[in-house]
Design a protein around this ligand. Structure first.
Ligand SMILES: *Cc1c(COP(=O)(O)O)cnc(C)c1O
Length: 378
């Protein structure tokens, strides 16, 4: 069976983990954490980077930093992972779900304006599959209505909007290093702070509501409880794992993008003949090889294709279920139908994509798709 995902292993993870252990500092904010944070700040120009235990944690920190109160509204695409909404719901926010674009799953920026009310506090664009949302439009709405923009860049490491790294544009941004993402540490995440006014408070929230980070830097002579917060920082063992991946980010990205391009080329005719849509990447965005998805003609076609691939030893999977239709939220949802989000829920399918997918395996996947076309058209 060709798996859907296999986490990349650089080979240096254990060496770094051993160093973390023998250094005697395995708790958070140790030397490996600092090296990772510095890597992100230097490579992508983020004003401040703080490793977290997950992207969900980083989003929860954003909800606290945004000072979300019960009744505040946050605009979130419906076609996203649970955490994009959950982190704000935990602070009492009402989620105002936005639809996707017709041609791709990212938030439809033309629909955001009509969702803004005097209770709106933030917009949380998600760069689906590492493809940029139209950030100029989003930032200009945010400036006009005095809203915060929090980029959920969980899937978007090393991807760019008009030459600007994703995660460097919003006031705040979050990344994930879950085992399914381009770069992983098992579980892991990152909070990015681009608006300086949030830096001090972010460090405190990160460290259980204490000013321990300032104490570590020698800026104060004792630390204590000064604000709300939680234990959002990962251990230095996790950071050691992550650094071994970051050392190899260029290699990983080249491989993933090559696999992505092979799919795009090898599936052109198949897609055209079956009325399946291949990814549509706008000219303002790069592709970071995060995911290769296709949008089937209908739900039934997707089911048949997934089954056929499975019978042939290939694991292809669908993705998010619209959050406005979820068990947890549908009773609270008062907005209109979100037809594009529902279509991606029903019709989107993802093919295996990971750095160690071999040429032979990929050829088999492409051939199997083409065989499926021959079978259904005969
Ligand atoms: C994976 C993912 C998350 C959650 O990341 P964790 O690190 O698992 O918390 C959030 N948002 C999006 C868009 C994701 O794909």
């Amino acid at each position: 069976m060709i798996k859907f995902n296999k986490p990349y292993i650089s080979g240096h993870e254990l060496t770094y983990i051993e160093q973390a252990i023998s250094s005697g500092h395995t708790a958070g904010n140790g030397s490996f954490t600092k090296k990772c944070n510095t890597f992100f700040e230097k490579t992508y120009g983020f004003k401040k980077a703080l490793l977290t235990s997950s992207c969900t944690d980083a989003l929860e920190m954003c909800a606290i930093l945004a000072n979300i109160q019960p009744g505040d509204e946050v605009i979130v695409p419906s076609y996203t992972f649970v955490s994009t909404a959950l982190a704000f719901v935990r602070q009492g926010a009402t989620i105002v779900f936005a639809d996707s674009q017709t041609n791709q799953p990212n938030i439809d920026t033309d629909k955001i304006k009509s969702l803004i009310t005097n209770k709106t506090k933030a917009i949380v664009p998600v760069h689906y599959a590492g493809v940029a949302c139209d950030m100029d439009k989003i930032m200009s709405l945010a400036n006009q209505y005095n809203l915060l923009v929090i980029e959920d860049a969980a899937l978007a490491i090393d991807s760019y909007y008009k030459n600007k790294p994703l995660g460097s544009i919003g006031h705040l941004a979050t990344f994930s290093f879950h085992e399914t993402k381009n770069i992983s540490s098992g579980e892991g995440g990152l909070l990015v702070i681009n608006d300086e006014q949030f830096i001090n408070r972010a460090e405190i929230i990160w460290e259980k509501g204490t000013n321990r980070a300032q104490f570590f830097r020698g800026e104060i002579n004792k630390y204590g409880w000064v604000d709300t917060g939680s234990s959002f920082l990962p251990s230095d063992i996790t950071a050691a794992y992550l650094l071994a991946q970051l050392d190899n980010i260029e290699k990983i990205q080249i491989k993933r993008k090559e696999i992505w391009a092979n799919y795009m080329e090898g599936l052109k005719d198949f897609a055209k003949q079956l009325e399946i849509k291949l990814p549509d990447i706008p000219s303002y965005s790069t592709n970071n090889g995060n995911m290769f998805y296709m949008v089937c003609k209908d739900k039934n076609q997707r089911k048949q294709l997934i089954n056929y691939l499975k019978e042939n030893g290939i694991c292809a999977v669908f993705h998010y279920q619209s959050l406005h239709q979820s068990t947890y939220y549908h009773n609270k949802y008062k907005g209109e139908a979100l037809l594009n989000a529902d279509r991606f829920t029903d019709c989107l399918v993802r093919l295996p994509l990971y750095a160690d997918l071999t040429k032979d395996e990929q050829n088999k996947i492409i051939e199997t798709c083409n065989n499926y076309h021959n079978i259904v058209s005969n």
